[in-house]
Design a protein around this ligand. Structure first.
Ligand SMILES: C[S@@+](CC[C@H](N)C(=O)[O-])C[C@H]1O[C@@H](n2cnc3c(N)ncnc32)[C@H](O)[C@@H]1O
Length: 452
């Protein structure tokens, strides 16, 4: 990169940071950091990552910059904020105090030290949560009191620790921290549902795609039981609609994703919809459902591989988008080692004496398509779309703005021997090693010609 190009990229990144366009800043800065991991670019990229709520990514960047500029006050302050966001309060305070010593009048440092001390006093959080819990019935019946709103505002200022997908207390902090409208947040607050969402692992996916979720109305197509709704609110969604033909509105049974078992969630989709105005759960298939509204984000988690009428669904989703809406999908690739969605899920579970395993293991499911009956799960529930075909169908309606191919684990990839490849090619002659190796795709698509 020439000096001129670097300066131009740096200027554009400054503008992006000022506009809080974190992904724009990331795009501009990543090449600069690749070229010089200790330079100012690393410091700026750390700011972007912290802004995007990824303190764990920001931490090594600012550390690299500080190795080069140990007395840089801004970097000290940034380190303090990153440690704070990670819940590392001792280190946060040490950095903030060091910044204060280096530059006593540094703006923002006093406020930062105050935030750190508030975070340190964890009983503070519990006190605010208790105020909100005590007022829950009254809030739902007649609106939030000033005391409840004050407690919610205090939690909104508090950065959650990085464990907010599994630690209920951190998840409750995250719920308020990510909320846009506090009055709506207290009205839709449900501590029990947040606790269950942590236990059943329904927050990890919304967190992973948080940049497409926070402050937005989300339609979750093929949402399953409906348990993801609160997970999306914890990640900051303004409203959530979940749609699934298999949803049983009066059943509290749901898949606990942590232990991969069905369990009682203690609440039904109908209960959730009736109690919380920001969550709507609809039992319907995407093709049969007509909404008279647009959504900011349409999410599909492990759904695109199940849609038998994939093209029709994509066309329908396009009608629910306005310019700038995102369709975000996690696609589990049929042609990978466990693309059959049946046991065994990973090589460690393989029992080659088990006839169910024998049919599908080591990519035998791809060969099995020719042999199994038409009512077999592989044929009735999996569309067996190939990756390039999925891309092509998506691109008939959308521009693809992100397409991350996520590789399978090393344990499964090591099983793709030349013999296996040859056997799979007996059934699908043009199949590539790439198609057999990619476990999943994280894709983001925007309405074709729909702008940003
Ligand atoms: C593997 S599950 C994923 C559920 C949920 N997204 C999750 O990650 O836990 C796939 C879901 O897609 C749903 N599905 C299948 N065809 C659909 C369609 N045409 N419209 C909406 N959902 C559909 C199924 O009922 C099923 O719940």
């Amino acid at each position: 990169m020439t000096q001129d190009t670097t300066r131009r990229a740096m200027d554009a990144a400054k503008d992006a940071l000022a506009a809080q366009d974190w992904s724009g800043a990331r795009r501009l800065l990543a090449p600069l950091v690749a070229e010089n991991p200790h330079g100012v670019g690393a410091f700026m990229l750390a700011r972007a990552e912290l802004g995007a709520d990824r303190p764990e990514v920001a931490a090594p960047l600012v550390a690299a910059f500080r190795a080069w500029r140990p007395r840089h006050v801004g970097a000290r302050v940034l380190s303090a904020r990153i440690h704070l966001a990670c819940g590392e309060l001792d280190r946060a305070e040490a950095d903030a105090r060091a910044a204060q010593e280096l530059e006593p009048e540094r703006p923002g440092v006093v406020a930062l030290l105050e935030t750190i001390s508030a975070a340190r006093d964890s009983s503070e959080v519990d006190r605010h949560l208790a105020v909100i819990d005590r007022g829950l019935t009254a809030t739902r019946a007649s609106g939030a009191s000033a005391e409840v709103l004050h407690a919610a505002a205090a939690l909104q200022r508090q950065a959650p620790g990085p464990g907010w997908t599994k630690d209920p207390r951190q998840a409750k902090i995250a719920y308020f921290h990510h909320a846009g409208d506090l009055t709506a947040a207290v009205r839709n607050y449900d501590p029990h549902l947040i606790e269950t969402s942590c236990e059943f692992d329904y927050i990890t996916w919304p967190k992973r795609i948080q940049e497409y979720v926070r402050g937005r109305s989300v339609l979750d197509v093929g949402c399953g039981f409906g348990g993801y709704g609160m997970g999306f609110l914890v990640a900051g969604a303004a409203a959530y609609t979940g749609l699934d033909p298999a949803m049983e509105l009066d059943s509290s049974r749901a898949k606990n994703k942590r232990i991969r078992k069905w369990a009682d969630m203690g609440v039904t989709p109908r209960d959730i919809t009736e109690a919380l105005p920001a969550i709507r759960l609809v039992q319907a298939s995407s093709e049969d459902c007509t909404f008279e509204e647009y959504f900011d984000t349409i999410a599909l988690h492990n759904v695109t591989e199940h849609l038998i009428r994939l093209e029709e669904v994509m066309a329908g989703l396009a009608r629910l988008c306005r310019p700038g809406s995102d369709v975000v999908f996690h696609h589990h690739n049929f042609y990978c080692w466990n693309g059959h969605h049946l046991p065994p899920n990973q090589p460690a579970q393989l029992d080659d004496q088990d006839p169910r395993h024998q049919l599908v293991y080591d990519w035998r499911h791809v060969n099995a398509v020719d042999d199994v009956a038409d009512d077999h799960y592989i044929k009735t529930n999996l569309n067996r779309v190939r990756l390039d075909e999925l891309r092509e169908i998506t691109e008939r309606y959308f521009d693809i703005v992100r397409w991350d191919e996520i590789p399978s684990s090393d344990a499964t990839l090591s099983r793709l021997t030349p013999q296996v490849l040859a056997r799979v090619r007996d059934s699908v002659p043009d199949i590539t090693e790439r198609e057999l190796s990619v476990n999943a795709v994280l894709g983001v698509a925007r309405l074709r010609g729909g702008g940003t």
